[in-house]
Design a protein around this ligand. Structure first.
Ligand SMILES: Nc1ncnc2c1ncn2[C@@H]1O[C@H](COP(=O)(O)OP(=O)(O)OP(=O)(O)O)[C@@H](O)[C@H]1O
Ligand SMILES: [Mg+2]
Length: 601
């Protein structure tokens, strides 16, 4: 007997729905797309438990005729595509005719809508793909879609959902894409009955500042380009305002948010060496080009596109950003920054005022990450006291410097402002200053987390930092961990006030913001030092991040007293050099090897 069978229609629908609807955020995306396609200028989003319990999206778009509403929930039904030719000239966000149907298959879906040309509205109720009820009702022009009981008939899917907080954050991420892609749409978000934010139509730079970080004020450059076919329009951050992931680089094609690694590269490439390695700017780049120059039918979630001429797009972005950075450099150099800045300030002020949520004044003191390049190499050897004779076998490098011997090393020089050159009686010792300091701080934080009496240092002035809702939500999850290692903080609705930080660490509003962002990623740049188990624990991720951010950097000049103090700490902490995590920070070149090289042996 053959082994192939035909899948039931029901199963086929569920499989297809799974491609489009993965989590609440996918529903928010599809419903917001529909609202925008219907010409909505106001979109209200209501969530319960991050969308797991309820998603309701209300728009003031054109609404649906009663007969269309009945069709809209069927499979492969759309008003946006009629012929194959049109498929290559799509001007709407939707075109596949499957979003509402897919949502209906895996939830309870209610649509209430009234078309501008009809007097009464229509209600349609769908459960698990079946229309269970339709009736008439009064409704304003526009559409309200409510999704509840999500994944009730696909329990495995339900099990794979994240916590209410993480689903909530994913929804906010998706909503922000519309905030940046459609600056003329007013958007309001409510979660669990509380207003999260309301944003009025506002210039893109103001929206960027409001939704990403108030520390971006005066740090955004405007990007524009137009060759008659392709128009590029957007904002990028000053090279001294960077983050360590590409998460805050937003790209839109005719309003559609897309993910495209090579275009992301065109952005970072434009900064050239102004961007430190492993750092990414904030960028919101809108591309506009004729619809038939872009193929949007690439994947089911519609977040990738194909360009008829990708290199034109790549070059345009890169050149526009390059111009923008160069121009800005000239403005900086001129004695009077002139009108431009004032106009910018006014616009931001207006937008901030129209932003109804009341923020505390928050951080404006964003500090950048440009490291000071005070390269200096010790010209004379330090501490040239004769070493104690120590004839240990030089071949086992791991054991030589294990026990309290850092303080006994003779410090000779700092090479390339990155490595400490020292000597023990029978070896030359090279130490990576950043890796060493990072390790010391990590061990200290670990110790701090294990004692009752935390070692904290108080800030002279408590720092209040503005956080967007996404970060407020992450902070709620990690604030205990932060306190455990010595932070003293109080959280407000859209802010956090920091009073004290762990002893020996450094602090800046931007570094705290990054810490919050990184604590949710398992693979942050500073997490590579952690063991697999530690990577899954936010406390370890936070400690690794704080240690990395507070450590001296490659390129920092280190006075010999500072080096001595660090060596003392290393000995005190008794850090084993052959520990399973942490990258190596000591390189030993035994005298015997040196002698071999010079043919003395
Ligand atoms: N909020 C809305 N306002 C007005 N009409 C809507 C709204 N939502 C859906 N529709 C209508 O219902 C149809 C089906 O919507 P659905 O999202 O399922 O498909 P689509 O948007 O055409 O394509 P896609 O599956 O790519 O999103 C739309 O083509 C549109 O005519
Ligand atoms: Mg749609």
């Amino acid at each position: 007997m053959g082994i192939i069978n035909k899948l039931s229609d029901e199963l086929v629908s569920k499989i297809a729905a799974g491609e489009v609807i993965e989590r609440p955020a996918s529903i928010v995306k599809e419903l917001m797309e529909n609202a925008i396609d219907a010409g909505a200028t106001t979109i209200n989003i209501e969530l319960k438990n991050g969308g797991i319990d309820l998603i309701r999206i209300e728009d003031n778009g054109q609404g649906m005729l009663s007969e269309d509403a009945r069709l809209a929930v069927q499979r492969h039904t759309t008003s946006k595509l009629h012929t194959e030719n049109e498929l290559y000239d799509i001007s709407t966000l939707g075109f596949r005719g499957e979003a509402l149907y897919s949502i209906g298959v895996i939830s309870e879906l209610e649509i209430v809508t009234r078309h501008k040309h009809e007097d009464t509205g229509t209600i349609i109720h769908v459960r698990g793909g079946e229309v269970v009820n339709t009736s008439k009702t009064a409704h304003d022009t526009g559409t309200t879609v409510t999704v509840s009981n999500l994944f009730f008939n696909t329990p495995v899917r339900k099990k794979f959902l994240g916590s209410a907080q993480s689903e909530y954050r994913a929804c906010l991420d998706v909503i922000d894409r519309f905030v940046f892609g459609y600056k003329n749409a007013g958007i309001r978000v409510i979660n669990n009955g509380k207003e999260v934010f309301t944003i009025q139509p506002a210039p893109l730079e103001a929206r960027t500042i409001l939704r990403i970080d108030q520390g971006l004020k005066n740090k955004l450059y405007d990007v524009s380009f137009d060759n008659g076919i392709l128009k590029v329009d957007g904002y990028i951050s000053d090279p001294d305002y960077t983050t360590n992931s590409s998460r805050l680089m937003y790209l839109f094609v005719n309003g559609r948010y897309i993910m495209d690694k090579s275009l992301n590269f065109s952005i970072t490439n434009a900064y050239s060496t102004a961007l430190p390695k492993g750092r990414y700017p904030v960028a919101v780049i809108n591309l506009f080009l004729p619809h038939n120059f872009v193929d949007v039918n690439i994947n089911p979630t519609k977040t990738a596109v194909k360009f008829a001429d990708k290199s034109m797009v790549y070059d345009a972005i890169r050149n526009a950003i390059r111009d923008s950075i160069n121009k800005r450099a000239i403005v900086y150099a001129s004695p009077d920054p002139g009108m431009d800045k004032n106009r910018f300030k006014e616009e931001v002020k207006e937008a901030v005022e129209s932003y109804r949520t009341s923020f505390p004044h928050g951080s404006t003191t964003s500090t950048g990450y440009a490291t000071s390049k005070k390269t200096r190499i010790f010209s004379t050897p330090y501490g040239a006291k004769p070493g104690v004779s120590m004839n240990a076998a030089a071949d086992d490098q791991q054991t030589i410097l294990q026990t309290g011997e850092f303080s006994a090393l003779d410090i000779l020089a700092q090479f390339n402002a990155t490595y400490i050159v020292a000597s023990s009686p029978d070896s030359m010792v090279l130490i990576d200053q950043h890796a060493m300091h990072e390790r010391i701080l990590f061990e200290q934080l670990l110790k701090n987390s294990q004692v009752r009496q935390r070692q904290s240092q108080f800030l002279t002035v408590p720092q209040e930092i503005f956080l967007n809702e996404n970060r407020t939500s992450i902070l709620a999850d990690i604030q205990d961990a932060l306190r455990t290692i010595g932070y003293e903080l109080t959280t407000g609705r859209n802010s956090v006030t920091v009073r004290a930080i762990p002893a020996g660490t450094v602090f800046s509003p931007l570094s705290l913001i990054e810490l919050i962002d990184n604590s949710m990623r398992a693979d942050g740049p500073s997490h590579t030092e952690l063991t697999a188990d530690q990577k899954t624990d936010p406390l370890y991720r936070i400690m690794a991040d704080v240690a990395c951010k507070s450590a001296v950097r490659a390129g920092d000049f280190l006075p010999v007293e500072k080096i001595r103090a660090l060596f003392g700490q290393l000995d005190q902490l008794g850090i084993p050099l052959n520990c399973p995590h942490g990258r190596p920070f000591v390189f030993l070149l035994p005298k015997t090897e040196i002698e071999k090289f010079f043919h003395r042996r």
